[in-house]
Design a protein around this ligand. Structure first.
Ligand code: KG4
Ligand code: ZN
Length: 337
């Protein structure tokens, strides 16, 4: 049996995991940097890179210890080298290359977005391909046709903000803090999702595209009127809860509608959902309802596998089986490739 040590540093979580080539996850450790970024209302790339530098070695130590192995038992090193913040990715890539060289074991590079879908494979405990993949994170909102774990064909993505980014920006408008997704979800629990008629972009078009920046602006104007200059965030109250609930409903509706259209257009009857926004309970419920109506199987991983982690990099096992190893000159690639 081969033990894999995987690293994730693409954004603001420093993570390491140990898994075996039969996809048993032995440990998964995530050190979040949310506290460092809260006062800026978003991830500050330089702060993220420096925090990865501080956190990565202790996180690796903990992952190896919790897996009950030692570094010399590691037979392959895996790393997310794309997409993400380039300085943040570089920390993980450099550590992974160094470990692979020092241990004399192969290095496998995996795509973070593909790994979010592979988290569903881990959660399902069985083969899930072919499937429709929906990735909804802070950096990406896209639908893929996934014939295998490694072949993702982009069906459509966002024209502007990612869904998670919209949650984070609306949380900032409403004064709810960072990261915005969980904060908006909590606020929305007391609100009326029909209080504000926010837009669902491309609803009347069959195009598998998303757009959330107009929605964000609609929330801004509904909150403050047209006079937004220097407007302070609203205080707690029914209006704030209604804004959060109506915004969340608009995002969830758009995602569920495009999933439905994608299923009908591709004929795929299994939907795998990944990325931080898939932690959202309203989204989970709405997708469950949509898939049930379409007679499709829905796979959404548990929360620990939805937000950024290194266990989902078990996608590396698929590449390792095919002998697809990364060269020693592997680089970080910020854009989705
Ligand atoms: O996948 P992820 O951990 O990191 C990226 O690869 O971007 O996703 C982070 C995003 C953030 O924008 C965060 O606000 C959002 O996922 N998120 C949520 C929830 N939990 C996290 N959005 C909506 N509802 C949630 N419960
Ligand atoms: Zn992610």
């Amino acid at each position: 049996m081969t033990h894999f040590l995987a690293l994730e540093t693409s954004c603001d979580e420093t993570a390491a995991a140990v898994f075996t080539d039969d996809l048993t996850v032995k440990s998964s450790v995530v050190a979040s940097q949310h506290d460092l970024h809260t006062r800026f209302g978003g991830v500050v790339p330089e702060i993220a890179s420096r925090a990865h530098l501080r956190n990565l070695l202790p996180v690796i130590d903990e992952a190896v210890r919790k897996a009950g192995i030692s570094l010399s038992d590691v037979g392959c090193v895996a790393v997310h080298n794309t997409p993400g913040l380039v300085g943040a990715l570089l920390v993980g890539v450099t550590a992974a290359k160094t470990l692979s060289l020092a241990l004399g074991v192969p290095l496998v590079a995996v795509n973070h977005v593909a790994s979010h879908i592979y988290a569903c494979r881990l959660a399902a405990g069985k083969d899930i391909f072919p499937c429709l993949g929906l990735v909804v994170s802070g950096g990406h909102t896209a639908l893929f046709r996934c014939d295998t774990a490694l072949s993702l064909e982009l069906l459509g993505g966002t024209r502007d903000d990612a869904a998670g980014e919209a949650f984070d920006k609306v949380a900032a408008i409403l004064g709810l803090g960072f990261p915005g997704g969980p904060a908006v979800e909590r606020e929305a629990a007391a609100g009326n999702p029909e209080a504000f008629a926010f837009p669902r972009a491309f609803a009347d078009s069959g195009r598998l595209e998303f757009s959330f920046s107009g929605l964000k602006t609609a929330v801004l104007y509904a909150c403050h009127g047209q006079n937004v200059a220097n407007a302070a965030p609203p205080g707690p109250g029914q209006k704030r809860a209604d804004l959060a609930a109506s915004f969340q409903e608009a995002v969830v509706d758009a995602l569920a509608l495009k999933c439905k259209q994608a299923m009908r257009q591709t004929g795929l009857t299994r939907v795998a959902v990944g990325g931080g926004v898939s932690a959202n309970k309203r989204l989970r419920a709405k997708l469950a309802e949509t898939c049930a109506k379409e007679g499709a199987e829905l796979i959404i991983p548990p929360l620990s596998l939805c937000t950024d982690n290194a266990a989902m990099a078990a996608l590396a096992v698929e590449k390792w089986k095919l002998g697809q190893f990364a060269p020693p000159e592997l680089d970080a690639e910020p854009n989705f490739i």
